[in-house]
Design a protein around this ligand. Structure first.
Ligand code: COI
Length: 355
């Protein structure tokens, strides 16, 4: 039976849940999806027909522009459950703003705020059993928009589909994260789409990342496309460096994603009186700091990756191991962030959103 919510979202529930088929103790990131999905179509100049229905395949014309021109943007968010069954999101307003910022750059119409939040609330309530309590467990939320108009003329689509998928998640990286500083390939350029969560930004990294994997690295740290002298971001996460006690990260720009975890780490550092520098970071500076023993840590920060300490970096043919610290910034930021996300501590910044 179809139900219509106050926000006019049609809800078509799955007859029986698939949840008992899932082993929540060994989840590979992004490979399992919850019972339902949300979708809403843009046609005749407006967003219409919002619906929550059982997760399943779509019927889309093979001529849809998303397949030919990659006109697509996405977001990454997480829902957390506390020990009393309360469900929380972390700074969802930031994701809402960013998906529309990305959409604008890709000539995609903006999605309405009320519908974004109603859809999230509705689907998370419906699939709340898929959010397991306990630190480290979460439900990864993937809102995205694709261009659905059939036609291969190279111009913006007149039709789009906005969707939300939910995927139970644990750690994105398991084990040591080894990265290599890029010397040839680039992720983004000035005036380009690096700041946006545009699908092509990620697809374009796969080939160079495969080459890095063959050499034993999990990720590439992208450098500026002009000189390859400045360290920018890792593609799946922003990057922080700790030299002595100072936390350093590159400024956001046309080329670097304005990460929600990144800006939350900077805010936490400020309140903890940790000296921070938001400035360009040279490869040579990091190598020099490693040589003289002042490079204490490198870690990544992102929604999927949370805070991921880097154990090793490579540049050229050389490999540089980082010290193993008893009290690392990475561990400290991770636990402070998670305490807020899982409703285990005060929320002085108003970052928590109760579903
Ligand atoms: C996220 O952290 O949500 C991301 O979008 C990274 C991703 C490519 C898994």
């Amino acid at each position: 039976m179809n139900i219509t919510t106050p926000s006019k979202i049609t809800v078509r529930k799955i007859p029986s849940s698939r949840i008992n088929e899932v082993n929540f103790n060994s989840l590979q990131f992004g490979s399992v999806f919850s019972d339902h999905m949300f979708s809403c179509d843009f046609k005749e100049g407006r967003w219409q027909d919002p619906i929550i229905q059982p997760f399943g395949p779509l019927t889309i014309s093979p001529a849809a522009k998303v397949f030919h021109y990659g006109q697509a943007v996405f977001e990454g968010m997480k829902a957390y459950k506390d020990d009393n069954g309360g469900i929380f999101l972390f700074r969802p307003e930031q994701n809402f703003k960013r998906i529309n910022k990305s959409a604008k750059r890709m000539a995609i119409p903006e999605f309405p705020k009320e519908l974004f939040f109603d859809a999230l609330n509705e689907i998370l309530q419906l699939d709340s059993e898929w959010i397991k309590p306990g630190i480290g467990n979460s439900l990864y939320i993937r809102p995205f928009v694709i261009a659905t108009q059939a036609g291969v003329s190279a111009s913006p689509s007149t039709e789009y589909k906005f969707m939300i998928l939910l995927s139970p998640a644990q750690a994105y990286y398991t084990g040591d994260v080894k990265v290599v500083f890029s010397e040839h390939y680039s992720r983004a350029a000035d005036g380009g789409v690096g700041f946006a969560k545009a699908a092509g930004n990620y697809g374009a990294q796969f080939y160079p990342t495969n080459l890095a994997r063959e050499k034993g690295f999990q990720q590439v740290i992208w450098t500026d496309s002009h000189s390859h002298e400045f360290l920018e971001e890792a593609g799946t996460m922003n990057i922080f460096f700790r030299i002595n006690d100072t936390l350093i990260t590159a400024p956001t720009s046309d080329r670097i994603l304005d990460g929600v975890t990144r800006k939350s780490v900077l805010k936490l550092a400020e309140t903890l009186n940790i000296p921070t520098e938001v400035r360009r970071v040279k490869v040579s500076e990091i190598k020099e700091a490693h040589k003289n023993g002042t490079l204490m840590e490198i870690f990544g920060a992102g929604t999927a990756a949370v805070i991921s300490p880097i154990s090793t970096f490579g540049h050229g043919e050389k490999i540089f191991d980082l010290p193993v610290l008893e009290e690392s910034y990475a561990t400290m930021f991770k636990s402070k962030l998670m305490d807020i996300q899982y409703n285990r501590s005060e929320d002085p910044f108003g970052w928590r959103y109760r579903v």
